[in-house]
Ligand binder design. Structure first.
Ligand SMILES: [Zn+2]
Length: 444
């Protein structure tokens, strides 16, 4: 790749919207210069308003193939836990080839919906009965290949999953694909790092249900750098079980037993008491919010207004992929607060910018802003198309998030390379065919 210069009529910079913005991108895909009120000159004109791309901070790619198929009312008390049983049955059947096909298609959907990077929270490690593949990182390699094929930036998060419940409860047969001991887990993450130079491989604990304090300590001691993710307090039942086991709520327990700092992303920090909320905001960690999935699974509402007012950092993810749309997560995040507080416009006006920088932090990616030194991860919103055509810069993101459709994402760049042009990805038909075939086989 060579140096590239692009020029947009409008771009969202850290200080706000600017006009006539010329961005120079170096050969490595980082932003080298940003000039406002600049002539186009020899730069490539961008049709649309440029915003920093959003990191999707929480993904279980395989679940995209079951999205929409678990909405039937199956029981009087359909819940997260009945959904999880269906998910386990589905997960048990997926082959490495099918995972790659599903993820490739999903990652293209993400790009077309305004996500430029993804954190893949990956626990589908082994064959269905728990037998190891010849290459123990086989399933991880499929995720890495899918991200490369789609052109999305990947932070890969192999998950440590050892138990079936709090207090070292034995795992169920449905969890056999997920399980590792600490040494095997660390060997796999180390192998991935050494095979793929430049790939971000983070540390990940499935949940406090799935690991114990000694495991967290051992893995953290061996992992001095990079992001650390965990599912933390998604369900009220999970909070009650944690209290029964330890006498503490999950976030309080984690803050007491691990050095939670800006490396950490606490996914589904849904259920917080006031003290946990303040301590999490002060820790510098990212709250990983997945509003469409949390709504779909009946998890609960994150106390976003107070958390953000206390200086808490957050980002968003599409998690189960019942919907793959950056707008939808931010819209529902705000709407949840409106429904809870009976007011309008509850969260700060720079909601998007906060989610972009928080998401980048969660992925440990130098991105999330159009600024020198950041990765050139950019999204161009189509202003030639309604409803964005007559919207002033200051309201453009509001109009996009609350009033537009996905078609308003026109062009998407990752690491300085255009992956989506005029709403199209060059591999979308091929990947859609492979996804459809994989899903058909899984449902057969
Ligand atoms: Zn999750």
């Amino acid at each position: 790749m060579r140096t590239l210069a692009i020029h947009a009529d409008a771009a969202l910079l850290p200080r706000g919207w600017a006009r006539d913005v010329r961005i120079t991108i170096d050969a490595g895909g980082a932003i080298a210069e940003v000039l406002a009120d600049a002539p186009t000159g020899d730069a490539e004109p961008v049709a649309g308003a440029l915003i920093p791309g959003l990191a999707n901070l929480h993904s279980h790619a395989f679940q995209r193939a079951m999205a929409g198929l678990t909405e039937a009312r199956t029981a009087a008390t359909d819940s997260f836990w009945t959904w999880r049983e269906l998910m386990y049955r589905f997960a048990a059947r997926i082959t490495p080839e099918q995972l790659e096909a599903i993820a490739s298609h999903l990652y293209i959907e993400m790009l077309k919906a305004g996500y430029t990077a993804v954190a893949e929270f990956h626990y589908l490690h082994h064959a269905a009965d728990g037998a190891r593949y010849d290459d123990r990182a086989e399933m991880s390699e499929r995720i890495v290949a899918a991200a490369a094929h789609a052109g999305i930036a990947l932070t890969h998060l192999p998950v440590l999953y050892a138990y079936g419940g709090f207090g070292g409860k034995a795992a169920s047969a449905g969890q056999a694909r997920f399980l590792h001991g600490v040494e095997e887990y660390l060997a796999m993450t180390e192998a991935l790092r050494s095979r793929h130079r430049g790939l971000a491989v983070g540390t990940c604990f499935h949940s406090l249900r799935a690991v114990d304090a000694a495991m967290i300590e051992a893995v953290m001691a061996a992992s001095p750098r990079g992001p650390v993710h965990i599912h933390i307090a998604e369900q009220r039942q999970e909070v009650e079980e944690c209290l029964a086991w330890s006498g503490q709520r999950p976030v309080a327990w984690l803050l007491d037993h691990a050095k939670v700092d800006s490396r950490w992303c606490l996914v589904h920090a849904t259920h917080l008491d006031d003290g946990e909320r303040r301590a999490l905001a002060a820790s510098g960690a990212v709250a990983g919010l997945c509003p469409t999935t949390e709504a779909n699974l009946g998890d609960g509402l994150f106390p976003a207004e107070a958390y953000v007012a206390e200086g808490g950092t957050f980002g968003v993810g599409s998690d189960s992929h019942v919907e793959v749309d950056a707008r939808a997560e931010l819209r529902l995040l705000e709407y949840g607060q409106r429904l809870r507080h009976h007011r309008r416009a509850v969260l700060p006006p720079d909601l998007y910018a906060r989610a972009a920088t928080g998401g980048a932090q969660a992925l440990a990616r130098e991105a999330g802003q159009i600024a020198v030194g950041k990765r050139a991860d950019l999204v161009a919103l189509d202003r030639a198309r309604l409803p964005l055509a007559n919207v002033p810069d200051a309201q453009l993101l509001d109009a996009w998030i609350f009033a537009s459709g996905p078609a308003n994402v026109r062009d998407v760049m990752v690491d300085g390379v255009w992956q989506v042009r005029d709403g199209r990805h060059p591999r979308e038909e091929e990947c859609a065919r492979r996804f459809a075939a994989a899903q058909a086989a899984l449902l057969a």
